[in-house]
Design a protein around this ligand. Structure first.
Ligand SMILES: Nc1nc2c(ncn2[C@@H]2O[C@H](COP(=O)(O)OP(=O)(O)O)[C@@H](O)[C@H]2O)c(=O)[nH]1
Ligand SMILES: [Mg+2]
Length: 298
């Protein structure tokens, strides 16, 4: 399946929920106060959040006035424009190589799966990849990552259960440097954002990375499970408070109608979304693109 159709397929539940609701808002008449009220209700129930919805409506009202728009159908085109602009406000930088990506987030959001997909993504672009099993908390975590390394045919550096994660990262970087690997991807334990000591451990990982691999582009991606909707915003805030977060991967969009959550996420945190996860297989990861996303949900 091509990129476009896979994204569309993944966003189907969000689109179905939104379009069903929107079809009762945009019923072909003129724009009036009722129209805005119905639209407000519709956006909020699509998990866009109160503040983001207010901002979107204000922008829409301004633009309707500026352009002297009267018909609801024309307002829909303006709405789409505004949504694309809002999502496009946080641009992600282009990758440069060598690149080190550290993947953080709470348990079960899809970190390890995302790393497998990222390995596949970079390999397809002709890059060499080393995975680092920095989640040493459970042996099963390193085993799961090892499976992904086999599946994607990339290198992995792992230690025994209970090892110091920054020691694994140290070894991973040494190995990557000696083999001139393009991309190093570091898995980390599912730190509950309330556990300060675990967040401090992350700080140590970043310090090792900076010290040992300062020539690499270094980004930290927080993985968020889109099925929990707006609760993910508090996860970002907690991680951002204590450690480095440069961008977001939003997973499990295939299983939810809460895709609208990208709006409050971007508008509240001003962090770019790098990738979206659309399933459990290695090819179910797409680079986030504002226009394609909005086309997928509206
Ligand atoms: N449907 C779906 N499932 C996903 C996606 N990403 C991860 N999962 C599933 O979520 C579960 C937890 O994933 P895992 O990578 O182990 O999470 P971690 O604890 O953050 O490392 C696994 O069953 C994955 O297959 C996704 O994009 N879509
Ligand atoms: Mg994991």
């Amino acid at each position: 399946m091509g990129f476009f159709s896979r994204l569309k397929e993944g966003l189907k539940k969000t689109k179905d929920a939104l379009v069903t609701k929107l079809s009762s808002v945009f019923h072909g008449g003129d724009i009036d106060e009722d129209f805005y009220e119905e639209l407000e209700f519709c956006l909020i129930s699509a998990d866009m959040g109160h503040e983001a919805t207010e901002t979107i409506l204000e922008k829409l009202k301004d633009r309707v006035r500026e352009k002297h728009v009267i018909k609801q159908d024309d307002a829909k085109i303006l709405l789409k424009e505004i949504l694309i602009e809002l999502l496009g406000e946080c641009e992600r930088p282009d990758f440069s190589y060598p690149l080190i990506i550290t993947v953080v987030g709470v348990n079960g959001v899809g970190k390890t799966t995302t790393i497998g997909k990222l390995a596949h993504f970079f390999k397809r672009q002709g890059k060499s990849v080393t995975l680092v099993a920095g989640d040493t908390f459970r042996a099963a975590a390193s085993d799961q990552l090892t499976e992904w390394a086999k599946r994607c045919d990339v290198k992995i550096v792992r230690h025994n259960e209970g090892a110091d994660p920054s020691a694994v990262v140290y070894d991973g970087i040494a190995s990557a440097k000696s083999k001139r690997t393009d991309v190093v991807i570091v898995d980390t334990a599912g730190r509950l954002h309330t556990k300060v000591n675990l967040l401090e451990e992350l700080g140590k990982i970043f310090r090792i990375e900076e010290r040992e691999f300062s020539e690499a582009m270094n980004i930290s991606l927080i993985v968020l499970d889109s099925t929990i909707g707006q609760n993910s915003i508090s996860q970002i805030e907690a991680f951002k408070d204590k450690t480095k977060v440069d961008g977001i991967v939003l997973t499990k969009l295939d299983g939810t109608s809460k895709g609208g959550v990208v709006f409050p996420i971007i508008m509240d945190t001003h962090l770019p979304i790098y990738f979206v996860g659309l399933g459990e297989k290695m090819e179910d990861l797409e680079v986030f693109d504002s226009k394609e996303f909005v086309d997928g949900i509206l």
